[in-house]
Design a binder for this molecule. Structure first.
Ligand code: SF4
Ligand code: SF4
Ligand code: SF4
Length: 191
């Protein structure tokens, strides 16, 4: 399957920005450098796409990427540069909405880009045992015995350790759709 086919056959659980970034990270232009447009183009693509997956995307990135695509396509010395420029343009043309979501809404609908995820404790499952609090090295969990615990999103580093320590499966990672959780500890309904 070539790059364009790979892009066109994106599955629901894949994120186009992540797929594209992985293609770029293994692209031959990174190690070649025989032409400025190939090497600089791939370097710029990498920086911009990394920013987008890390919640640092800006509106101006879209125009920048399109300009880079057209320069690489016309100025690259060999097919490698032309081919990746076509692939990036194809991704933008086909999945513009997904790029917009990452940049403007700071959301990754596939739940792949880790920076867009958040960790939550489900009130209907938590029994207030406190195991997660002991496991969290960042002191991001607030609660007391028999109260639904909550996660302080400002402190949570998304390490996932609490998930492994909760036998009730009450802790989940969420992408674009967030579960409704209490803002402060409340008495547990489940015991
Ligand atoms: S376009 Fe070709 S020559 Fe230019 S950097 Fe890429 S691989 Fe090298
Ligand atoms: S989230 Fe899980 S580990 Fe934490 S207090 Fe609730 S039941 Fe216990
Ligand atoms: S994911 Fe890690 S940092 Fe966040 S609440 Fe759980 S243990 Fe703490």
């Amino acid at each position: 399957m070539n790059r364009i086919e790979k892009i066109r056959s994106l599955k629901e659980n894949q994120c186009i920005v992540d797929v594209l970034l992985k293609e770029i990270m293994t692209h031959p232009c990174r190690d070649c450098g025989k032409c400025v447009f190939g090497y600089e183009g791939i370097t710029q693509f990498e920086m911009i796409l990394k920013d987008i997956t890390e919640k640092k995307g800006r509106e101006s990135d879209k125009a920048l990427i399109r300009d880079l695509c057209s320069m690489m396509k016309t100025q690259s010395l060999c097919e490698e540069g032309i081919d990746i420029a076509d692939a990036v343009k194809e991704a933008f043309d086909t999945y513009g909405e997904i790029f917009d979501e990452h940049i403007s809404k700071k959301a990754c609908r596939a739940g792949v880009c880790k920076k867009f995820m958040t960790c939550h404790i489900l009130a209907n499952k938590c029994i207030g045992c406190g195991e997660c609090m002991d496991a969290c090295e960042d002191d991001a969990i607030i609660g007391k015995s028999k109260f639904v615990h909550i996660i302080d999103q400002d402190e949570c580093t998304l390490c996932g350790k609490c998930i492994d320590h909760c036998d009730e499966e009450a802790i989940v990672m969420a992408g674009a759709v967030k579960p409704r959780c209490p803002k402060k500890p409340i008495p547990c309904k489940k015991r």
